[in-house]
Design a protein around this ligand. Sequence first.
Ligand SMILES: *Cc1c(COP(=O)(O)O)cnc(C)c1O
Length: 419
Amino acid sequence: MNIPFSPPFIDQAVIDEVLHSLHTNWITSGPKVKALESEILELTGADAAICVNSWTSGAILTLKWYGVGEGDEVIVPAYSYCATALCVLHCGATPVMVDILDDFTIDPEMVKSKITSKTKAIIAVDIAGLPCLYNELMSIVNDTEYQSLFVPGSGRQALLGRILLIADAAHSIGSNFDQLPASRKSDVTIFSFHAVKNITTAEGGCICLNLPECFDNQEEYRFLKLFSMNGQNKDAFAKSTGANWRYDILFKGFKMNMPDICAAIGLAQVRKYKNTLLPLRKQVFMKYCAAFDAYDWFIKPVMEDEHRESSCHIFPLRVNDITEAQRDRVIDELVALGIIVNVHFMPMPMLTYFKSIGYEIEHYPNSYKQYSCEISLPIYPQLSETEIDYIISSVVSCVRLVKGIVLLNDINELVKISL
Ligand SMILES: *Cc1c(COP(=O)(O)O)cnc(C)c1O
């Protein structure tokens, strides 16, 4: 058997929507982007949604929008994809990394210990689709003691008067918090529509605004749309009638808009997301949990607790009492059986660039601990029962083998099935 890690969901509806974009001759930002933004508003309950060409672009745009720059600090977890910290560095600010809890989400106590008068934002990452502890994080940014530390460096910072809480929701579209879409729990939520994510536009992202009342979210929406398009007051679609050709550049914007041909893919997917694609992911998640429950050497990821409900983007399985090298060996054995797995994530302080600018993994012991025994299993709507069963029995056999509690017969059996 050959089981890819995370193939995109491309059915006839996706193909038809993309062809429609091609046939109408409108391939860059236009009606499909608008339609996708409306669908996202419906799904997330956000006040405004701005589609952009990646999560990374959306994060840079958001930080710049808030006036984050040289001399500022942004608190991020050490356990994330590099983009969570790179967006901060691209603004000239410093990512202040903190350790995580055992459920992979940012540790609110660690966040508190790192707040200074330079802190402008916190980027909390909903790893695997599980929302962070947003009630705790929101009380931290609203705490009068931390608010009195806050030194506004821009008009928007003065208006908010506190640290901005940003959700890195690259994994968590469709997740819930207290029965509501989790995106309602932070000031700004940014989704990724990269090819491996729950909803994809090949490359893409979306900024969802949920700013408090001192802001006019619609006005900020209009600003961010222009900000993502060179600060140009008319997009190509508005200019396309010809009579409307004259435009102006109002400020120094970026070029980060999403094209319609990409939006078309996500549009067809998002329509099926809540009722079909997301429940199918949850089913795979639950099957894995039920099967791995029988072994005390597995630590299963959290799907839900009293406040939170995951979007089941990743199934980060952990194996008790194995070293990083043993974990790597389990992965090699699984790949040999045709199952592509992954690790989410190598903590940023372990990556060459972050080491070169002074981050050290020794300061984030729980990030290292979780990473070293983690294996992300395939989880997506197209997985068949047979494939899920094969993955489960293969994982059990490979872990047994590496832990030295196996009968070689098991592996030989699986090799036979895989051929
Ligand atoms: C994928 C991912 C990103 C980056 O998304 P892009 O759309 O590729 O820029 C950021 N954060 C996390 C946690 C991710 O998994």
